[in-house]
Design a protein around this ligand. Sequence first.
Ligand code: FES
Length: 108
Amino acid sequence: RNLCEVGQKLIGSCLQFAVDCEGRPLRTIEGVSREPLGAKLEQAFVDCGAVQCGFCTPGMVVQARHFLDAHPNATRDEIKRGIEGNLCRCTGYVKIVDAIEAAARGDR
Ligand code: FES
């Protein structure tokens, strides 16, 4: 699912009315991509083979950035819990967790 941040809260983009965001900080994948951690996550997703069809990728990257922002030293199990509720039909999640873990460690 595609996600965005409104204020400090992660929300499904398709459930958020634009008019309700007026005057509130809003962060989408485009904004996340311009941040160092977002760019690092995107490169790690590519390097780790965590992108197949790409449908889930923007939401995964937004969710991972949101999670790592609050939990920069997360363990692998914490990362798995951190992306709960976000579905990927292609990768089986192992490569996605690898990518988030690599970005968190600064390997990418
Ligand atoms: Fe296809 Fe995740 S890469 S749904």
